[in-house]
Each structure stands twice: as structure tokens, then as C-alpha cells.
Ligand binder design. Structure first.
Ligand code: NAD
Ligand code: UDP
Length: 310
């Protein structure tokens, strides 16, 4: 049995990751509950192999118990949340990642960094391969997140080169599913909430921009596979290569919820990437991984979750 730290473990992805890891390991969940939710981990608290530490990774963290692996997910992920306090977002990515790499170094543990497709910015290459260096505005309103994540990747590779630290880096593309926060402003949670309330579906811009949506269970399988193999340290893209326009997503959600909602156009936010789709050849080759759950099926599970929210 390994002892595994999951930072951001009370959040959307982190709590699903804890659910998978706890089956065979001890899990220490580290979270400051900025965007995380007690409800996401409530069911884990009675498990003697689960420990919750209320801690901000911007501050150094000491853990006495021997640690084998660290999954570093702590960082607000939706544009609404990461722009709420941009300086804290940068700090979580830079200081927080340094602190977690330091913890990994002390314990000689392997660390997996949750990076993001946002490191590709508004990509000039389509689909995005890991070899693409990206098109990111360093002073834009998304920079606290995407430049922060780019710096976190740099730190992982410098700790690897300088201290021989065992690292893994995954670049996660848009992921959705149960436990997404209803108020996080991301497109899937917004559209489902609006459709269930028969409210207008807010399409930013003309809705022709694209995204590729990965169901959470697929993504978590990919992350665990990445952590537990020795062929590649990354970065490796994890995401679903099926690409949809935002308008297509709205139509699917209206259809699946049987909603009376109608799409309406709103102003497009600055720096909104026009298209995004992962090339997952590396994940297929090194992890033998590819997503299995199609958008309609994943949306059905997610809609059920949102319906049952009180
Ligand atoms: P989330 O906001 O639900 O989870 C983030 C968690 O980190 C929350 O529980 C939050 O309270 C915690 N947190 C934030 N700042 C912290 C800090 N300074 N110290 C301790 N805890 C802190 O987001 P998510 O969708 O679960 O994303 C998890 C990770 O995956 C993030 O690093 C994000 O950048 C990355 N990611 C997610 C997606 C996606 O589509 N969901 C895509 C790309 C990358
Ligand atoms: N979007 C939209 N309406 C919404 C929320 C988002 O049209 O209510 C669009 C947004 O402009 C972007 C896409 O959906 O083009 C994905 O947005 P999200 O915030 O989910 O993720 P990201 O932009 O980080 O990929």
C-alpha cells in the first residue's frame, strides 16, 4: 500500500482521483477549500486510510509520514475562479508547485503535475501536440493561469534535471462530469444549469469556437496510468479528441435535458481560444490510454448529477 498526497483533492478532479486511489492506497488530501467542496470528500472521511489536511500549498507543507507519490492538482481551474484573485492563482502555480516539489524531494517521492491545454494558449497548430510550444499572451487576463502552469512545468523539469526528481506532467484538456461546481462558469456546468432551469443558454461569441470534452472517469484513468508507468515523464496530453463547437454542445444539452431553453449570443471574453483539440498519440503509445466515454453518455451522467443537487 502506497501513501499518496493529492493536492486539490476536494475539488472536481481531485475528489474523483481520491476515490480511485483510496481503493488500494493511503490518501492524504491537501486542500484549502477555495473552490473545493466538503461534500466531494464527505464519503471518504470515514475511511481510516483517508486523511484530510486543510492547507494552502502557497505555504510550505511538512508531512512526517513517508510519502510515495504526490498528485499536484491544487489550483482554481475555471476562468471565473482563477481570475478572481489572479495573484493567488500565480502563487498557487509557482510557489505552490515549488513547495510540492520540495516535499517530493524530501520524501524521494514521484510527483505528477496537473498541467493544462491552456499552455498552448490560442493555438496556431491544430490539433495540439506536446511538441507545440504554444501561443500565450504573457500579460493577458488568462496569463495568471496559463503562464503559471507553464512555469509549473518548467519547475518540474528543472527539479528533474537538477535534483533527479521523478516527475510526471500531464496536460489536461477540458474535462467535465459530476462534482463540477455549479457556479464555476465553465461551459458544461453553465449550459446544464441553464437548460435544467429553462433559462437562455449563454453562447459567448458566435459559438463556432471549438473544445474537446473528456469525461472525468476517463481522465482519471489516464492520470493514474501516467503516474504508474516508467516510459515517459511527459508532458503527455490527456483529453478526448472528439471536437465540438460550443453551439453543438448547447444543442446536445438542450436535447438531452428536454429543455425549453434557447441559445442566445453574449459577448465573447477576451483571449478566448478559437479551437482546441488534443493529439493523444503519446498517451496511446506510452499509457495505452484513450477515452472511452462519448460526449452524450458523459453528459447524461453529468445532467443526472446536476438534477440531484439541492
Ligand atoms: P477545482 O477548482 O474543482 O479543484 C481545484 C482544487 O484545488 C479545489 O479543491 C481548491 O479548493 C483547491 N485549491 C486551489 N488553490 C489551492 C491552494 N492554494 N492550496 C490548496 N488547495 C487549493 O478544479 P479541477 O477542475 O478539479 O482542476 C484540478 C486541476 O486540474 C487544476 O490544477 C487544474 O488546473 C487542472 N486542470 C483541470 C481541467 C478541467 O477541465 N477540469 C483542465 C485542465 C487542467
Ligand atoms: N462558453 C460559453 N458560454 C458559457 C461558458 C463558456 O459560450 O456560458 C464558452 C467559452 O467562451 C469558451 C468555451 O465555452 O469558448 C469553453 O469555456 P470554459 O470556460 O468551459 O473553458 P476554457 O475556455 O478554459 O476552455
Amino acid at each position: 500500500m502506497k501513501t499518496i498526497v493529492v493536492t486539490g483533492g476536494a475539488g472536481f478532479l481531485g475528489s474523483h482521483l481520491c476515490d480511485v486511489l483510496i481503493k488500494e492506497n493511503k490518501v492524504i488530501c491537501v486542500d484549502n477549500f477555495f473552490t473545493g467542496n466538503e461534500k466531494n470528500i464527505e464519503h471518504l472521511k470515514k475511511n481510516p486510510n483517508f486523511t484530510m489536511m486543510n492547507h494552502d500549498i502557497i505555504d510550505p507543507l511538512a508531512i512526517e509520514e513517508n510519502i510515495d507519490q504526490i498528485y499536484n492538482l491544487a489550483c482554481p481551474a475555471s476562468p471565473v475562479h482563477y481570475q478572481f484573485n489572479a495573484i493567488r492563482t500565480i502563487k498557487a502555480n509557482v510557489l505552490g508547485t515549488i513547495n510540492m516539489l520540495g516535499l517530493a524531494k524530501k520524501h524521494n517521492a514521484r510527483m505528477l503535475q496537473a498541467s493544462t491545454s491552456e499552455v498552448y494558449g490560442d493555438p496556431k497548430e491544430h490539433p495540439q501536440k506536446e511538441s507545440y510550444w504554444g501561443n500565450v499572451n504573457p500579460i493577458g487576463i488568462r496569463a495568471c493561469y496559463d503562464e503559471g502552469k507553464r512555469c509549473a512545468e518548467t519547475l518540474c523539469f528543472d527539479y528533474h534535471r537538477q535534483h533527479k526528481l521523478d516527475i510526471r506532467v500531464v496536460r489536461i484538456f477540458n474535462t467535465y462530469g459530476p462534482r463540477m461546481a455549479r457556479n464555476d462558469g465553465r461551459v458544461v456546468s453553465n449550459f446544464i444549469s441553464q437548460a435544467l432551469a429553462d433559462k437562455d443558454i449563454t453562447i459567448y461569441g458566435d459559438g463556432k469556437q471549438t473544445r474537446s470534452f473528456c469525461y472525468v472517469a476517463d481522465l482519471i484513468n489516464g492520470m493514474v496510468a501516467m503516474m504508474n508507468q516508467v516510459k515517459a515523464i511527459g508532458p503527455v496530453n490527456l483529453g478526448n479528441p472528439d471536437e465540438f463547437t460550443i453551439l453543438e454542445l448547447a444543442e446536445k444539452i438542450i436535447h438531452l435535458t428536454g429543455s425549453k431553453s434557447k441559445p442566445i449570443n453574449k459577448e465573447l471574453h477576451a483571449a478566448d481560444p478559437i479551437q482546441r483539440k488534443p493529439d493523444i498519440s503519446l498517451a496511446k503509445k506510452h499509457l495505452n490510454w484513450e477515452p472511452k466515454i462519448e460526449l452524450e453518455e458523459g453528459l447524461k451522467h453529468t445532467i443526472e448529477y446536476f438534477k440531484n443537487l439541492t
